[in-house]
Design a protein around this ligand. Structure first.
Ligand code: FES
Length: 198
């Protein structure tokens, strides 16, 4: 049997601020929320601004938009490399994000993102709406040798990779949904508004 301890990644985890919402509490991996939307923005479902300046490689922060958890993951070069390997892609139902309802056109690309380093996604399982758990480790003992890091739904076991792409053979039918978003600067993301046309 292979010893996987040597190839597990270390992920930095900092202090956290919990965003309201019972679903968010279901995530067992620590998370951060640097900037919360104003009460008014939350009430009317307006755009949400997220400061990602303190996000370290491997970290994920959580915000809230229209009552839904929004995850922003800063992916490492190693994560990005794994997402593109044939062995990993073979595990996925829709590796090329061909189901167009699951992301804006500008995120229908190999990293499902505007900038590959930052993955922005709605943290709701596409099966029945549970909040998947952030599990970025490779081959943890409780998930299995074939796990490349991703999101695991605690309700019925659906698996998603760190692109939010669903595995084959799980209850969830489609990839996680990438919301409309754009960058206000290199370190500030706004969710709820598409980028301006070039
Ligand atoms: S709600 Fe996620 S697997 Fe059923």
């Amino acid at each position: 049997m292979t010893d996987h301890s040597s190839k597990r990644r270390r992920f930095l985890v900092a202090g956290m601020t919990v965003v309201g919402g019972a679903g968010l509490a279901a995530a067992s991996w620590p998370f951060l929320a640097y900037m919360l939307p104003s009460e008014r923005a939350r009430t009317i479902g307006g755009p949400v601004t997220i400061d990602i300046s303190k996000l370290e490689p491997g970290q994920q922060i959580v915000a809230k938009w229209r009552g839904k958890p929004i995850w922003v993951l800063r992916r490492t070069p190693q994560i990005l490399e794994t997402l593109g390997t044939p062995a990993h892609r073979a595990k996925l139902r829709d590796p090329d994000s061909l189901v167009t309802s699951q992301q804006p056109a500008y995120a229908q690309n190999p990293t499902r993102a505007i900038h590959p380093e930052h993955f922005v996604v709605i943290g709701i399982c596409t099966h029945l709406g549970c909040v998947p758990t952030f599990r970025p480790e490779v081959a943890p003992a409780d998930i299995g040798d074939d796990w490349d890091g991703g999101y695991l739904c605690p309700c019925h076991g659906s698996r998603f990779d760190l692109d939010g792409r669903v595995w084959k053979g799980v209850p969830a039918p489609t990839n996680l949904v990438v919301p409309p978003y754009h960058y206000l600067s290199d370190t500030v993301v706004q969710v709820g508004i598409d980028p301006k046309p070039a």
